[in-house]
Design a protein around this ligand. Structure first.
Ligand SMILES: [Cu+2]
Length: 121
């Protein structure tokens, strides 16, 4: 009879340990980068205003046009090129603020390929 109680206690203890280990492993991943999509075409960025949280950011840049374009942000020293019909994912870390975004190919910014990246604290 005593052995039966002891065995039940051991089993309950093991079950508790397993369940609590599962419980503590449950939280969702932290610091997953925020991903935003932006479409480039002649001659515009869509959306023109991109809002992201501060920290690690991934932009999915889709070139839906028929010319090459890029996604330049001088303050962050980034300028990934995107060929027509292709998509580029580019990650960076940004401090809160407003950053002008533009296409650096000759004449494109002047023609309307400009926008703003807003990094919210
Ligand atoms: Cu362009």
């Amino acid at each position: 009879m005593r052995k039966g109680i002891l065995a039940a206690l051991v089993i309950a203890g093991v079950a508790f340990a397993v369940l609590s280990a599962m419980w503590w492993q449950a939280p969702a991943p932290v610091d997953a980068p925020a991903t935003v999509a932006i479409t480039l075409r002649e001659m515009a960025f869509s959306p023109g205003r991109i809002e992201v949280p501060a920290g690690a950011v991934t932009v999915r840049i889709i070139n839906a046009g028929s010319l090459e374009h890029d996604f330049s942000i001088d303050a962050l020293q980034i300028s990934p090129n995107v060929r027509p019909g292709s998509t580029v994912e580019y990650s960076f870390v940004a401090a809160p603020g407003e950053y002008p975004v533009y296409c650096s190919l000759p004449g494109h910014r002047e023609a309307g390929m400009a926008g703003t990246l807003v990094v919210v604290p």
